[in-house]
Design a protein around this ligand. Structure first.
Ligand SMILES: CC(C)(COP(=O)(O)OP(=O)(O)OC[C@H]1O[C@@H](n2cnc3c(N)ncnc32)[C@H](O)[C@@H]1OP(=O)(O)O)[C@@H](O)C(=O)NCCC(=O)NCCSC(=O)C[C@H](O)C(=O)O
Ligand SMILES: [Mg+2]
Length: 362
């Protein structure tokens, strides 16, 4: 395929017999996309008990899987998907995703031609690493359609792109709009830093050297000066959020590699949540609880949002609440919060209890 499809063809299947593409991406909770290595017996053994405790389990086939284990990881994922109750498919509480190898690797073709016939009915989303432009999504889109048709699948598998090259970031808008399969985009800060030749050596998170310093005191040049660490990822995440919102798909933060630093991990996740991301990656079981907490609106925020909704009546005009002006625009923000709370309450009984206990004050 060359260039974008015309509007009338956009929602047509790309192979005879492939499922019809979705016109809207379902809003399924995906606060934590938990990565595991399906070739690692210890990790694989933990998967059945994780179902229901995490929104997405992702069988990783790409980076972090040793070259010698690529086939075992692929085969392990097939076994796990077939044997694990409640994992993957439209009605499952825990979605099943995979991250395939990069499109220029010797493994990716076998990844897709093995997984789609074997577990295509359980696989919700295929995450594609190192996406450079719409042409990468077009390739995966057509191949998935052919494989879905051959396997007799009735539901299209969705596609998620990782932004981890400068070219990918430059093309993020066209990537998000390249196919009706596009479910969302994540930041890949480690590969992106390398591709941009940033002078960092970390997997996500901040850097103490990236800072702004308070002004010097001309009368007291030796006085200590405060400094404020800045967010290395703000620009990229903000671009990604806008591109996703424009195309009706979902933005995610990515990995936070300092597993022991749960405080900075929570801060990084919260920045992404506040900017508009719906979730993040979890690399270690202890990051799941952090992601679930951060990407669920707090009881206080939901209480305030419901109060504004109630006070705004038909949704027009302006009212004062606690000395602050609320109007049509703040109402829309509050509705985002209320809708998210409802989606999460539907799958998380503990949150439902907390949200149901809120009494709307006048
Ligand atoms: C980071 C790890 C290598 C740490 O593993 P380990 O040293 O084994 O940690 P623990 O001893 O604390 O583990 C305790 C038990 O929990 C199990 N475990 C650990 N991690 C997981 C997991 N992700 N899922 C399920 N179970 C897990 C251990 O096996 C221990 O079990 P037991 O001994 O029976 O008690 C490891 O967590 C890990 O490999 N995580 C995943 C790493 C990964 O997927 N990396 C790739 C994504 S990030 C990336 O690719 C960068 C990105 O693309 C970019 O460019 O930015
Ligand atoms: Mg990467």
């Amino acid at each position: 395929m060359s260039g974008p499809r015309s509007a009338k063809d956009f929602f047509r299947p790309l192979a005879v017999g492939a499922p019809t593409p979705l016109t809207e991406i379902p809003a399924r909770p995906s606060r934590a996309i938990h990565f595991f290595d399906p070739s690692n017996p210890k990790m694989a053994a933990k998967i059945p008990d994780m179902v229901g405790t995490v929104d997405v389990l992702l069988g990783n086939l790409e980076d972090a899987i040793k070259a010698d284990n690529k086939v075992a990881a692929r085969e392990g994922l097939v076994q796990i998907a077939r044997q694990t109750e409640g994992l993957g498919g439209p009605a499952a509480k825990t979605q099943l995703w995979t991250r395939i190898n990069s499109l220029d690797s010797p493994w990716v073709l076998d990844d897709l031609t093995t997984l789609i016939p074997a577990i295509g009915d359980r696989l919700d989303v295929v995450m594609v690493p190192k996406v450079q432009g719409a042409e990468d999504i077009h390739y995966v889109d057509r191949l998935l359609a052919q494989l879905e048709a051959k396997a007799g699948l009735t539901r299209p598998i969705l596609v998620h792109a990782i932004l981890e090259t400068a070219r990918g970031v430059a093309n993020v808008e066209e990537i998000c709009g390249a196919s009706p399969r596009m479910q969302g985009v994540s930041l890949g800060p480690a590969d992106l830093a390398a591709d941009r030749r940033m002078k960092t050596t970390r997997v996500g998170g901040g850097h103490p050297g990236y800072l702004v310093r308070g002004d010097r005191d001309v009368d007291n040049p030796d006085a200590p000066r405060p400094s404020y660490q800045q967010d290395l990822w703000h620009y990229t995440i903000a671009r990604m959020v806008d591109a996703c919102a424009m195309h009706g798909i979902y933005p995610y933060y990515g990995p936070f590699g300092d597993i022991a630093d749960v405080v900075a991990c929570e801060d990084q996740f919260r920045n992404a949540f506040l900017l508009g991301c719906v979730g993040t990656w979890s690399l270690h079981p202890k990051q799941i609880a952090i992601a679930n907490r951060v990407f669920s609106p707090s009881v206080e925020d939901v209480a305030h949002a419901r109060r504004v909704v109630a006070a705004m009546g038909d949704g027009t005009g302006a009212v004062m609440l606690d000395g602050k002006m609320e109007d049509d625009a703040s109402l829309k923000q509050c509705l985002v919060m209320v809708e998210l709370a409802e989606q999460l309450a539907a799958i998380d009984p503990e949150l439902k209890k907390q949200y149901d206990a809120i009494e709307v004050q006048a």
